[in-house]
Design a protein around this ligand. Structure first.
Ligand SMILES: CC(C)(COP(=O)(O)OP(=O)(O)OC[C@H]1O[C@@H](n2cnc3c(N)ncnc32)[C@H](O)[C@@H]1OP(=O)(O)O)[C@@H](O)C(=O)NCCC(=O)NCCS
Length: 128
């Protein structure tokens, strides 16, 4: 979902944080991935969310929100108080809707996908 449409091979979605990151997935009864997301620690109080995606046929049913809140709950459990992420321009509204604010322009992926760097200060209580 995040790489194949740009001709990137399976495996190009991996990075050096994978081994120590929290990986969450919502699966259909047959095991097919419907939603994925990843959280890794940047410092004592800050975490970063990456690789958030919901399968095209499963979008608009609240899975993205549940995945985001589940990652935020994990962050609280780890003692993190702030989350950052680089939102694809088309997804920035989704994060704004869930309490993130834009900090400024981020990187441009594959020469075309513009990103906004965003952050959210975590309230102590869980939302899931
Ligand atoms: C962005 C994405 C994760 C949202 O997942 P989703 O399951 O469709 O979202 P939800 O159904 O949980 O939506 C929750 C709310 O956010 C809103 N929303 C969802 N996508 C949105 C978007 N792109 N822009 C603005 N609002 C959005 C929904 O309308 C809904 O609003 P509501 O509270 O009024 O009901 C999904 O569209 C996706 O995987 N996109 C492609 C990959 C991608 O861009 N990932 C993010 C990389 S940074």
């Amino acid at each position: 979902m995040l790489r194949a449409p740009w001709g990137r091979p399976r495996g190009s979605e991996r990075d050096a944080e994978d081994a120590r990151a929290v990986h969450l997935m919502v699966a259909a009864p047959d095991g097919t991935a419907l939603a994925v997301g990843r959280l890794h620690r940047l410092d004592d109080v800050t975490g970063q969310i990456r690789y958030m995606a919901v399968a095209p046929h499963a979008r608009g049913r609240g899975l993205g929100r549940r995945m985001l809140f589940a990652l935020e709950d994990r962050a609280r459990t780890l003692g993190l108080r702030r989350l950052v992420l680089d939102a694809r321009e088309a997804a920035a509204g989704f994060y704004l809707r869930h309490g993130y604010r834009a900090l400024g322009e981020g990187h441009v992926l594959f020469g075309t996908i513009r990103h906004l760097r965003m952050e959210k200060l975590l309230a102590p209580e869980a939302r899931t």
